[in-house]
Design a protein around this ligand. Structure first.
Ligand code: GDP
Length: 297
């Protein structure tokens, strides 16, 4: 399961407090030091850690948990609430356009899981909300990317819009949306090109696609296993494209959880979904409170 490291560390810290009749302010400080180490070990951004520990420590001392009969539990409760707040508080849903189609622009670096996630999300929209999605192959630089989306479309029995690799992504997006309107489809999911690194050409092209497609959501797909790199990628994409949300993939293999904990507070943008495996149904809405409870064990 994800977050074993962090969860274990926090639990050990908290176990030390449990059963303690009375604790002192020094105990709280000691505990906050452990929480800090646990978060840093989990590869959480250091600024995020700093302010998190400060908030929790102040609340713990302010609520006078020292005189509480169950100080350990009190601290757990505060940590839980603050972890939830750190990850955005409540679930953040997809935007829906009153005039279909709703356009979702999927962006991300190569290998993050963008194409797979595009398929997963379309499948979820159909299954859960009974919507008709259109998958759009706008990665014209890797012929394999178009094929990959077509294969996904076949697996899901879902239409895929492609104009091959000789037409610009901007034109593809434009025609795909017109096609979706004509066919009364509800969602257009544009699978844009990924690169190995964030670069100017990639960003400029994405800006052009954004201008033309006027997406209701711009979702960055990032690999949670890359930890703080994922956070930096998110920051970069957000500065250029003004994202509306993030999808964190490969959470099933992430034992640290640093990206999940840092992204919201570094970028201000919510995690909307998480990828929990390679299968096409392994995509879940992100619930900050559930994630916090999972981290705390
Ligand atoms: P893209 O280059 O960003 O389009 O990445 P792909 O969609 O081709 O995915 C890259 C690899 O990551 C593939 O092997 C996917 O099966 C895998 N992948 C995507 N999402 C997840 C996830 O949530 N969990 C796991 N374990 N693997 C994933």
């Amino acid at each position: 399961m994800a977050f074993e490291g962090l969860s274990e560390r926090l639990q050990n810290t908290i176990a030390k407090m449990r059963g303690k009749g009375k604790i002192t302010e020094a105990d709280v400080k000691e505990m906050m030091r452990e929480v800090r180490l646990a978060l840093l070990e989990a590869d959480v951004n250091f600024k995020v850690v700093k302010s998190f520990v400060k908030t929790v420590g102040e609340r713990a001392i302010g609520q006078d948990i020292m005189s509480s009969l169950t100080p350990g539990q009190q601290v757990v409760k505060i940590v839980n609430e603050e972890l939830t707040a750190l990850m955005g508080g409540a679930e953040s849903k997809l935007t829906m356009n009153n005039q279909p189609p709703t356009v979702l622009m999927m962006v991300g670096l190569q290998g993050a899981g963008k194409t797979t996630t595009t398929g997963k999300l379309a499948s979820l929209l159909r299954k859960k909300y009974n919507k008709k999605p259109l998958l759009v192959a706008a990665d014209v630089y890797r012929p394999a990317a178009i094929q990959q989306l077509q294969t996904l479309g076949k697996q899901l029995d879902m239409p895929v819009f492609t104009l091959g690799d000789q037409v610009s992504p901007v034109e593809i997006a434009k025609q795909a949306i017109a096609h979706a309107k004509a066919e009364h489809l509800d969602y257009v999911l544009i699978d844009t090109a990924g690169r190995l690194h964030v670069d100017e050409t990639l960003m400029n092209e994405l800006i052009d696609v954004k201008t033309v497609a006027q997406p209701d959501d711009i979702l960055l797909v990032v690999d949670s296993m890359t930890g703080q790199d994922a956070v930096n990628v998110a920051k970069n994409f957000d500065e250029t494209l003004d994202l509306t949300g993030v999808i964190l993939t490969k959470l099933d293999g992430d034992t640290r959880g640093g990206a999940a904990l840092s992204i919201r507070s570094v970028t201000g943008k919510p995690i909307k979904f998480v990828g929990m495996g390679e299968k096409l149904d392994a995509l879940e809405p992100f619930h900050p409170d559930r994630m916090a409870s999972r981290i705390l064990g």
